[in-house]
Design a protein around this ligand. Sequence first.
Ligand code: ADP
Ligand code: ASP
Ligand code: MG
Length: 435
Amino acid sequence: MQVFKFGGASVKDADSVRNVAGILKNYKDQSLVIVISAMGKTTNALEEVVEAHMQQTGKAGELLEAIKERHLALMHDLFDPGDDVFSEVNDTFVEAEWVLDESPSDSYDYTYDQIVCVGELVSTRIVAAYLNKIGLPTHWLDARDVIITDNTFREGWVQWDKTKPNAVKIVQPLLEKGGYVLTQGFIGSTTENFTTTLGREGSDYSAAIFSFALDAESMSIWKDVPGVLNADPRLFEHTIKLDRLSYREAIEMTYYGAQVIHPKTIKPLQNKSIPLYVKSFLDPKAPGTEISSDTEDTYPPIIVVEKNQSLLHIVTTDYSFVAEQHLARLFTELASLRIFVNMMQNTAISFSICVPNVPDRLEAFKKVVADEFRVKQEDGLELITIRHFNDETVASLKKGKVVLFEERIRNTLQMVVRNVPVVERRTVELERAKG
Ligand code: ADP
Ligand code: ASP
Ligand code: MG
């Protein structure tokens, strides 16, 4: 049994759905669980619906209607007007409309999950119906019947002891009947049947959950890139495709923020030695990247850039040293506000951390520690991580940047940088030209 995952970009319009079906045709009669994300940028659009509903701007209904219209247009391209899929998709949107009819609940995150899940529910209805239509028998499965999480809405923690037996009990018999099993990425359910989501970009992780629970032979994620590259192709030219990565290298890369795979994906696969293939849905015959085993290869420098970072310089208001009890307090507050610390550095009287700039969380943090600490915040920074660095790569990444702090641990170099303002850069260049 294999698990395939197709992300938003692979099902963004009718032709993309046909392309996915074309790939799946090559696996006819094989045992396949297929995990699919919301179409294109649907999740972003649904986030706007949530925001409008929570703020009661009066626009939520309209925004949801626009999403529905886009799905209907795509469906008219793929199906005859009388196809059952129209009522299935319509019923799913009606459930979201009901949420909007109620006044917003106190919990933003709870409401978020009840609305945003619609993206995956409708995309899977559409793709499953299309596969059945073209003669590839497919069972549609509600992932919420299998993946059970705790009540942490928007970041559900998987309860493996419930999820694993569910998968065996529900998915196995469907596979035995023949035909593909197709389900949603990103969503799960609490034991009280409330929908949860696993965190943005979580569909890769969903596929890994199914792979682990069903002891898959392999998992493949189909992307719009030839495989895992040594840097984000949107930021760098001349990237190199990595043919093979160890689990460990993949875990490190994604932990530092390489967006190509969700960071939680690799661990369950490593645990059961299930190989992960990252392949291109635009060139399905090409080999892609294989992530397997822990034998190390030699790697070229691998670069991960995380934008929109802030540096917090923290000092005690009574000018005492920053000691263990201070750090304990700071980390307790950071953890409870879910502020992830990417890098840290301390001196006798100050403590600095690099964190993603999520304004409401950082404001809340400053407020809650104000009794003991003064916090200076610097925004607009980048965190650059280079694995297997060499001098040439480091020098080229520093060009046009001011390095605020830098750390090297074995083969990993990290630096927090800000761009040199254009005027300043010209001056530097002029100085250099003058010799
Ligand atoms: P999905 O459609 O499965 O959600 P994503 O858009 O989340 O796919 O991930 C694929 C994108 O990740 C690529 O289009 C690419 O721009 C970006 N990306 C960032 N870093 C890398 C990397 N190191 N290798 C390959 N792609 C990367
Ligand atoms: N649709 C979700 C998102 O856009 C999950 C995913 O695509 O992985 O975040
Ligand atoms: Mg994604």
